[in-house]
Design a protein around this ligand. Structure first.
Ligand code: HEC
Ligand code: HEC
Ligand code: HEC
Ligand code: HEC
Ligand code: HEC
Length: 409
């Protein structure tokens, strides 16, 4: 295993750090939630064991489609969420190169991406078979096939030793009868702490420039949205829907920011404009991770709409880190309430016919550069085909958040 991949593996959130229960027991209910969560998210998770004798085949299955037979709404939403795609080609392309018997190394990724013990078993077999040449390829789209391929599945969040846990029923409390023996209601499901298990590093986890690499829960806790009673679930699971949309979804991003354009001077020898972006409604930094990049840009176009590159100016919103994660290069992310502006001021090009202002979102910027480096340097080995697909998918995730062309007289 090469050093670069090891470092990135390390970075992508791992090893000794357990993204886990954030202890801050300020009252009894928080203490109860923390104590539930430290059991619920113990790593590695223990196997479920034998299903209870009276369970039907549907109730005895860990496959999300079995849960979906009775919970079609959650299944339909989940299918399209990134949690369902948490074992995509970018992951598998790295896992396939690991030693099939080194379970600890697998766990460094599976603990967040596919945490059930049963998924870990299947993955170990898959890697072993892959090493002998057979590399199954997941079709793009809805994940199918073995459990490990389906990423963060229903049972990983809801099932422990064949007991279903969920939020209190909408009409209150829990049910002790019904399919799968009823369910246990746990207030933790309605708490942001539930998400911290994978979206927050421990205080002594991997940090750069004194800041943890993954700090979403702490950012949220300091936000005005948290003070106003909005949890992770309020925004990412509205009305309990299993959507988990974030930086990859244009409407979600638009719901969290305000974009303004003013000070446009389109006449005379100097063109100027001011493009503003405010983190008005994201309950944490915009963006929260080191992996996305947001580019604000202004550029003049000629009469045919061709860019005049020498007239271009840009502002980057991102926490940029070096590929080997040895240093932080810049951090221009916006905490809740903060703004950034691109102040454009350039001589008008004699050929210019319009001025374009644009904001582009690159949700997987860090990963795409990483995949490219692995492929260019021949480090991907058996994972090459998978990483090439991951690179294509990362490129395809780029979208335009805002665009305005101002015609020049
Ligand atoms: C067991 C670990 C785990 C838990 C618990 C978890 N997540 Fe995630 N989450 C992940 C992983 C892994 C990904 C990345 C999936 C991928 O793209 O490969 C992710 C992705 C996301 C995304 C998509 C981000 C984007 O790039 O657009 C959102 C939003 C999200 N999670 C919110 C939540 C919320 C809210 C909760 C709590 C209700 C939660 N997650 C609980 C592991 C977890
Ligand atoms: C503490 C939880 C955690 C651990 C452990 C973890 N990841 Fe992730 N990973 C995430 C989250 C959250 C995201 C989505 C946010 C983002 O895009 O940065 C993600 C996204 C990714 C992505 C990009 C999305 C995709 O599906 O292609 C890759 C690749 C990745 N992780 C690889 C790894 C590898 C390899 C390991 C093990 C060495 C690992 N991760 C361990 C939480 C984790
Ligand atoms: C990342 C963890 C996670 C995954 C994966 C997940 N859930 Fe949930 N589920 C939750 C949380 C958290 C809540 C409570 C949300 C709230 O209270 O706002 C919930 C709530 C529910 C509820 C109660 C809904 C209601 O309207 O009262 C059901 C039923 C459910 N989930 C089933 C499923 C099924 C079926 C799947 C797979 C298709 C699934 N869940 C996948 C975390 C998860
Ligand atoms: C044979 C049908 C059936 C199957 C299969 C099934 N469930 Fe359920 N589940 C139910 C019913 C019925 C309820 C009770 C719903 C109610 O009373 O609101 C329920 C309740 C739940 C709840 C509690 C909802 C709440 O209000 O908190 C969760 C969570 C849940 N199921 C998750 C799952 C998961 C995860 C799977 C797959 C591992 C699964 N279920 C498989 C029928 C089923
Ligand atoms: C007030 C609404 C709100 C709350 C509360 C909130 N988020 Fe977000 N979240 C957003 C919006 C909007 C985006 C899209 C913009 C962005 O990526 O910052 C987002 C993006 C994300 C992403 C995408 C990755 C990235 O780099 O930005 C993840 C992961 C995520 N949120 C997890 C969480 C978790 C975990 C919590 C709770 C600790 C949480 N969010 C609380 C609104 C919210």
């Amino acid at each position: 295993m090469n050093r670069l991949r090891f470092r990135v593996a390390l970075a992508c959130w791992t090893l000794l750090m357990s993204g886990a229960t954030v202890s801050m027991a300020d009252d009894d209910s928080v203490a109860a939630i923390d104590s539930f969560l430290s059991r619920h998210w113990q790593r590695p998770l223990p196997p479920q064991g034998e299903a209870p004798a009276g369970f039907s085949p549907l109730e005895s299955s860990l496959d999300p489609r079995a849960c979906g037979a009775c919970h079609p709404h959650q299944f339909q939403d989940w299918q399209r969420s990134l949690h369902a795609h948490a074992m995509g080609p970018g992951l598998l392309g790295q896992l396939i190169e690991m030693d099939p018997t080194n379970r600890e190394e697998h766990q460094a990724c599976l603990r967040c991406h596919a945490p059930l013990a049963e998924q870990a078993e299947e993955l170990a077999t898959w890697i072993a078979e892959g090493n002998s040449g057979a590399v199954p390829v997941t079709p793009v789209g809805v994940p199918t096939g073995p459990l490990f391929n389906q990423g963060l599945i229903c049972a990983a969040c809801h099932l422990r030793t064949w007991e279903i846990h969920g939020p209190p029923a909408r009409d209150g409390g829990e049910k002790t009868a019904g399919p799968h023996g009823g369910f246990t209601a746990d207030a933790a499901f309605e708490s942001s702490r539930f998400c911290a298990a994978c979206h927050q590093f421990e205080a002594d986890g991997f940090a750069l420039n004194g800041k943890l690499l993954e700090n979403t829960f702490a950012e949220w806790r300091a936000s005005p949205q948290a003070a106003a009673g909005q949890s992770c679930q309020s925004c990412h699971m509205p009305d309990r829907r299993h959507l988990w949309r974030g930086i990859h979804d244009k409407d979600t991003v638009l719901s969290g920011v305000e974009i303004g354009l003013d000070g446009v001077t389109a006449t005379g020898p100097t063109l100027s404009a001011r493009l503003n972006l405010t983190n008005s409604g994201v309950g944490h930094h915009f963006p929260t991770y080191v992996t996305p990049r947001v580019v604000m840009e202004a550029v003049q176009l000629d009469a045919d709409g061709t860019l005049l590159p020498q007239t271009r100016e840009e502002r980057i919103i991102a926490r940029q880190v070096s590929m080997d994660l040895s240093e932080e290069l810049s951090d221009t992310r916006l905490a809740p309430g903060e703004s950034i502006s691109l102040d454009y001021r350039q001589p008008r090009d004699p050929q210019a016919g319009s001025l374009r202002l644009r904001i582009r979102v690159e949700p997987d910027r860090f990963y795409r550069d990483f995949y490219q480096a692995m492929l260019d340097n021949g480090w991907a080995g058996k994972g090459s085909g998978l990483l090439r697909r991951a690179l294509d998918a990362a490129d395809a995730s780029v979208f335009t958040l805002f665009e305005r062309d101002i015609p020049l007289p």
